[in-house]
Design a protein around this ligand. Structure first.
Ligand SMILES: *[C@@H]1O[C@H](CO)[C@@H](O)[C@H](O)[C@H]1NC(C)=O
Ligand SMILES: *[C@@H]1O[C@H](CO)[C@@H](O)[C@H](O)[C@H]1NC(C)=O
Ligand SMILES: *[C@@H]1O[C@H](CO)[C@@H](O)[C@H](O)[C@H]1NC(C)=O
Ligand SMILES: *[C@@H]1O[C@H](CO)[C@@H](O)[C@H](O)[C@H]1NC(C)=O
Ligand SMILES: *[C@@H]1O[C@H](CO)[C@@H](O)[C@H](O)[C@H]1NC(C)=O
Ligand SMILES: *[C@@H]1O[C@H](CO)[C@@H](O)[C@H](O)[C@H]1NC(C)=O
Length: 460
């Protein structure tokens, strides 16, 4: 309510000073703020799939059917190949209703690349209390599983839980990466855990570490809740995104602690209604939307909220990254209550992103970025350009809103940079983002522009 009053007074001031065009603009912005405040993420909260305490289904009377991988011949010694035992146990658990696929604690199970396919009978729980470890030698990896280690697909209403660890043993994969040594070929590597084409999935408590490449992918799924998950890979491990969301809707990430060598969270094409709450990120490359638009592709990401996060010593903070030549749009994004500690590029829109061995040329087409809000973002920056909106010359960023942003440099001055970015700020904005001007009429002369900028950014 308080904030709306701010906007209303801003609106009043602009109507007085900005000759109509900008006034119309602010009406639109007001609608957008409302929209960003009010959308919610829908995740099925079916009582039957509520997270269960371990004792409640170990008791004889729980009505659960325990399927222990040990019963199917798993050795759990970290040396013997337990793949076949896992596959057999899965087939039993998946075809039995109310079953618990159990990986017992205190043991290490060496498991090869495997697809665990559904659909399964109802009320399946995947209880991982022990450690699942991948074979560490890339040259023995089954080439038909180049991109996966443990993949679960076509699941409905399944719970993954436990205090166990999924360990990709990635060090030899990292050394073989072209990011580590330019004479290596650029090849894809497996993702430790993938949830594919599923719905109504909950993942809670697990640790995913040392993945060969990305740690955890949620792909082409709907209604997924991830809570209290920890991701841990070295800060210099290449392309090891923490949690990567693609083609998915209604996803909640909550109470997750992520330290890795690439983005802590990355959200890419065809994803919407994503909510992140209480996220710790570091080391890592920050929380990213994108990359999008590589090789002239279409990228669409809408309705993403991050509320409450701590980023420590990451190489980026809140980042939207798109390639030149793409199409599609990023729209309706809200970052709130984020603390930065020694973060490089804390607030960044980069429409000239280029992660490729060859240089990327500027093009006329780009992924359109609009309705992006940064609210209550504080802390310290390593970069002088604490706020950077590097937007496409031909497809400008629009409706960027800053509210209560306070970023301090460690040594001296910080500044904002804009290229082709339009929006406004209110409340405290430091460094002041005067470069972000608010008007939708290119015909307005320079005097009016700066008048608006002053009204919009400084006096409020
Ligand atoms: C895993 O699969 C590969 C390729 O099929 C095979 O050579 C290897 O023996 C399997 N087991 C382990 C533990 O690597
Ligand atoms: C990079 O790889 C090449 C070829 O495998 C090898 O000769 C070279 O020593 C490697 N460089 C580093 C820095 O590891
Ligand atoms: C992005 O998603 C849309 C569907 O929403 C699809 O048509 C398009 O091909 C996807 N782009 C890429 C690069 O996969
Ligand atoms: C993308 O489009 C541009 C302009 O049409 C073209 O020059 C370029 O070759 C295209 N790139 C790819 C990877 O298709
Ligand atoms: C802004 O952030 C601070 C500290 O991170 C928090 O205490 C405060 O409640 C936040 N304000 C709003 C409006 O959420
Ligand atoms: C692309 O355009 C941006 C913004 O105008 C400019 O800063 C950059 O130098 C250009 N890059 C190339 C490769 O032309």
């Amino acid at each position: 309510m308080m904030d709306k009053l701010f906007i209303l007074s801003l609106l009043g001031l602009l109507l007085v000073t900005a000759y109509g065009a900008a006034g119309k603009m602010v009406y639109t912005d007001l609608d957008i703020l409302d929209e960003l405040e009010n959308f919610d993420v829908l995740v099925d909260d079916d009582d039957d799939t509520k997270l269960l305490d371990w004792p409640s289904f170990t008791s004889r009377h729980s009505g659960k059917n325990l399927v222990n991988v040990d019963t199917f011949g798993a050795a759990g010694d970290g040396v013997s190949d337990d793949t076949q035992a896992f596959v057999s146990a899965w087939s039993k658990a998946c075809s039995t209703s109310k079953s618990v696929f159990l990986v017992p604690e205190g043991r290490r199970y060496l498991v090869n690349a495997t697809k665990f396919n559904g659909p399964c009978e109802q009320k399946l729980i995947i209880q991982i209390d022990g450690t699942i470890v991948a074979p560490d030698e890339p040259s023995n990896w089954d080439s038909k599983f180049q991109r996966i280690w443990l993949e679960f697909s076509k699941l409905k209403g399944v719970v993954f839980q436990g205090k166990g660890v999924i360990d990709g043993s990635g060090s030899k994969w990292w050394a073989a990466s072209c990011k580590k040594n330019k004479s290596n070929p650029c090849k894809s590597a497996p993702t430790a855990l993938t949830i594919e084409s599923s719905s109504g999935v909950k993942v809670s408590g697990l640790t995913i570490q040392n993945s060969q490449q990305m740690n955890f992918i949620i792909a082409r799924s709907d209604s997924v809740r991830v809570s209290k998950v920890m991701v841990s890979s070295p800060g210099d491990s290449p392309n090891t995104d923490g949690i990567h969301i693609t083609g998915s809707t209604n996803v909640i990430l909550q109470d997750c602690k992520i330290g890795t060598g690439d983005d802590c969270v990355s959200i890419v094409n065809a994803s919407s209604n994503i909510k992140m709450k209480n996220i710790y990120c570091g080391p890592g490359h920050g929380i990213s939307i994108g990359s999008l638009g590589k090789d002239n592709t279409t990228g669409i990401v809408t309705q993403v909220v991050l509320d409450t996060a701590l980023l420590r010593e990451t190489t980026n903070g809140l980042r939207i990254k798109t390639y030149q030549g793409g199409s599609g749009y990023v729209q309706g994004i809200r970052f709130t209550n984020v603390e930065m500690q020694d973060v490089a590029n804390p607030i960044l829109i980069d429409q000239f992103y280029c992660d490729s061995p060859t240089t990327c040329q500027n093009q006329t087409s780009a992924v359109k970025i609009s309705q992006i809000m940064y609210r209550n973002i504080t802390g310290t920056t390593k970069s002088a350009k604490a706020i950077k909106f590097a937007c496409s010359d031909t497809v400008p960023c629009s409706h960027i809103v800053l509210n209560n942003v306070n970023l301090e440099g460690n040594d001296g001055q910080v500044e904002a940079y804009c290229n082709s970015a339009e929006g406004f700020g209110y409340g405290v904005i430091h460094p002041s983002a005067d470069c972000l001007y608010s008007h939708d009429d290119k015909g307005l002369d320079q005097t009016h522009k700066s008048e608006e900028a002053e009204t919009g950014h400084d006096e409020l």
